[in-house]
Design a protein around this ligand. Structure first.
Ligand code: ATP
Length: 726
């Protein structure tokens, strides 16, 4: 039959300086040997590796004493190491391996480590695993030297825990303890969180108000922004349109004007041309000069003619008449000369002609008075002069004619000039009008541009960019502009009433809000955790309570049986005893105010009395009257304890039991009973027993002899009794 604990390995632990192995292939192993050889050290090693933390429980002042201290003949070692090798076929360990190795190691620096399958594990994590496998360092599963009466001398509460351990309920107790610790710390945390929330709340209310103001401000700003967009876009586009509306005709007008200007220029040039044509005036001047020359010439000729005619007349008159004195002649000629000269200033041709005729007649008269002499030469001269005169006269006529033609053409020209001047004036007038129109339009455009500049300035003053304005589309369904302006005004008023808001406060509001919600969430989580833990604790309590209750009755029955067996009659009974203080608490609570009523209800519901009830022992021994357990002898106490132990393991057999000289106080008969029981129970439970008792040794399948040599080091010697028997 296989065993649960397969091997124990010791190294440097107490007196086991060297590496020592104990193989446990059999259900009952007895460790035997002389006093002080180190047998109990083996049990200490088992306790230690199973998580014992108290040096006292390991029979040492300090944990450092667990390491081999050295002897005069053997040097001390640096560490102690103990390993247990378990068979895991029954899966008592939640590990998927056929064998489980649990190791504990301690060095001189005080470092203590646990290893499960070579992986380090914290005791905290190991304990539930051990509890589940029903392996404990204390209690009834590991009864130390001098503890044979353990059950009797323990308190009612300790007895209950011992029973629970054997029943495998320690696992749930541990869980419950852990849950209670968590519950307590959750409750503390919950209180802290609630206090923090309470502390934050008023400040948060203030911050929220600030944030609301900020949000309201942002909302107004957003609306205002939209309105401003509409308003400015509207004006911007309207002005842009108006400017464009003015620009096009203005350009056209300017073009027209420049056309007109060209026309005026051309007209002026034409007029200038006409003016220049009045070079004909020069021509007229020349004509007049030529005419006056001709007149002078004519005068000369006429003078010559007069002289010639006078001479002729003189000559003709000579024979007949007295020759005219020279003085007379001179006087006549001077008269003619002055007359002709006078004619020079005349302009009228007819008058000149008439005067010339007079002169001619007087000359003829003079000549007629002249002697008829040979005047042919003279007459020829006169004729020639007359011809010249006629030629000059002719020339004068021609000039006159030309002058007239010139005058009439000048008149024509003047007329045309006037027409052109009028036309030019009209054009200039038009140009002036155009200038007026252009000026007006330019003014209008300037005015629009100024309004645009003003709009842009206002826009920029809002901190907005022109690009934004330019790309903004015009809102078609714009509300009435006045209405829009009023709204904008009102909003700006509202904004200034709200005032500036420190962004740090908003940031703080957000942070505090986050913190508040995190804390609120924490509070909720803690509340939930507390509820869950309470439920878990309740469930664990229920499990412990029910399992305990169902096993307790059976244990009680067996206890009585084993008691009878050991004492040859009598009665033994285990009784649950409510802790007095608890009862008092409940009574106090029940009498308390309403606030505590619920607590009372909860406590009743959880059956706290039964859960925390300790185990009392009532016995009656044949032929003896026992007032209290204290009255029992040492051996009797051990017998009652053994009856309880066997009652327990008969109801719920643990995987193995370690008993150190538990049989020491027993008489021979009881020692034999004990060894019989061990043998009987070894079917279900593996026993490791330190003993000096022969009958117990006989019950063992294997004996381990522990000896200590001169060097103060424990050594082993194993003896398989089965094989020996064979
Ligand atoms: P008994 O039969 O009398 O109960 P035992 O075999 O159970 O004796 P133990 O108590 O196991 O004996 O062993 C005690 C021995 O172990 C003592 O001799 C003690 O000197 C030795 N010992 C204890 N701790 C150490 C240690 N740290 N270093 C060396 N030896 C130690």
């Amino acid at each position: 039959m296989s065993t649960f604990l397969k091997r124990l390995e010791l190294q440097g632990f107490k007196s086991f300086a060297a590496k020592t192995d104990f193989e446990f292939p059999h259900r009952v192993a007895a460790i035997v040997g002389p006093n002080g050889s180190g047998k109990s050290n083996v049990i200490d090693a088992l306790r230690w590796v199973l998580g014992e933390r108290e040096a006292k429980q390991l029979r040492g002042d300090t944990l450092g004493n667990l390491i081999f201290a050295g002897t005069p003949k053997r040097a001390a070692v640096g560490f102690a190491k103990v390993s247990l090798v378990f068979d895991n076929a029954s899966k008592l360990f939640p590990i998927d391996a056929p064998e489980v190795v649990l190791t504990r190691r301690l060095d001189r620096s005080g470092t203590s480590q646990f290893f499960l399958q070579d992986a380090e594990i914290r005791l905290k994590d190991l304990q539930p695993i051990l509890a589940r496998a029903r392996l404990g360092a204390r209690g009834l599963t590991m009864i130390g030297q001098g503890q044979s009466d353990l059950f009797v001398r323990s308190s009612a509460e300790e007895r209950r825990l011992m029973i629970e351990e054997v029943l495998g309920l320690r696992e749930y107790r541990l869980k419950k303890n852990q849950a209670e610790r968590q519950l307590a710390s959750s409750e503390v945390n919950m209180e802290k969180v609630a206090a923090m929330l309470e502390e934050i709340a008023p400040h948060l209310r203030f911050l929220r108000k600030q944030k609301n103001r900020f949000e309201k401000r942002a909302e107004i700003e957003k609306d205002l922004h939209t309105y401003e967009n509409s308003y400015f876009a509207h004006h911007f586009h309207a002005l842009t349109r108006d400017i464009a509306t003015i620009d096009v005709p203005l350009t056209e007008a300017e073009n027209e004007r420049s056309e007109k200007e060209k026309e005026v220029f051309n007209s002026e040039r034409e007029l200038k041309g006409l003016n220049e044509q009045s070079g004909d005036v020069e021509h007229a001047k020349q004509l007049r000069a030529t005419l006056s020359e001709s007149f002078a010439k004519r005068g000369e000729i006429e003078k010559m003619l007069a002289r010639a005619e006078a001479k002729l007349e003189f000559q003709m008159n000579m024979p007949v008449n007295v020759v005219r004195s020279a003085g007379e002649m001179k006087s006549i000629l001077e008269t003619i000369e002055s007359e002709v000269k006078a004619m020079d200033s005349w302009t009228e041709l007819e008058k000149i002609k008439h005067a010339l005729k007079n002169v001619a007649e007087r000359i003829a008269t003079f000549l007629r008075a002249a002697p008829k002499a040979d005047n042919s030469q003279l007459e020829a001269d006169i004729a020639r002069v007359k011809e010249s005169l006629a030629a000059v006269q002719n020339e004068i006529e021609k000039i006159r004619a030309e002058e007239e033609t010139l005058a009439s053409s000048q008149q024509e020209m003047n007329k045309e000039f006037r027409t052109k001047v009028e036309l030019l004036e009209a054009k200039k007038n038009e140009l002036r009008k155009m200038d007026q129109v252009i000026q007006q339009r330019r003014l209008e455009r300037e005015r629009l541009k100024m309004r645009m500049e003003e709009l842009e300035r206002d826009w920029r003053a809002l901190g907005r960019s022109m690009d934004e304005l330019a790309t903004m589309s015009e809102v078609n369904d714009i509300v009435e502009l006045g209405d829009l302006e009023r709204k904008m005004l009102r909003m700006r008023g509202e904004l200034s009433a709200i005032g500036e808001i420190d962004l740090n406060v908003v940031k703080e509001a957000d942070e505090t809000e986050t913190r508040f919600s995190t804390l609120s969430k924490d509070l909720e989580d803690l509340k939930k955790a507390i509820t869950d833990l309470r439920v878990l604790i309740k469930e664990l309590d229920k499990k412990i309570h029910e399992d305990f209750k169902s096993a307790f009755q059976a244990i009680n029955g067996e206890f009585d049986n084993f008691f009878k067996l050991m004492f040859g009659g009598g009665h033994a009974k285990m009784k649950l005893k409510l802790p007095e203080v608890r009862v008092a608490d409940i009574v106090a609570n029940e009498e308390g105010g309403n606030g505590e009523k619920q607590v009372v209800e909860e406590m009743k519901e959880e059956k706290p009395s039964e859960l925390s009830a300790g185990v009392e022992i009532e016995i009656s021994i044949p032929r003896k009257k026992i007032g209290s357990l204290e009255m029992l002898s040492g051996g009797e106490k051990s017998l009652v304890s053994l009856a309880a132990l066997f009652a327990l393991i008969s109801v719920s057999p643990p995987p193995f039991l370690v008993l150190d000289e538990i049989d020491a106080p027993l008489d021979e008969e009881n020692a034999r009973r004990f060894s019989d029981l061990v043998k009987a129970f070894s079917q279900k439970t593996q026993f490791i027993i330190v003993t000096h008792n022969r009958s117990t040794m006989e019950a063992a399948d294997i004996l381990y002899g522990v000896t200590m040599g001169d060097d103060g080091v424990s050594k082993t010697l194993s003896l398989k009794l089965e094989s020996l028997a064979q």
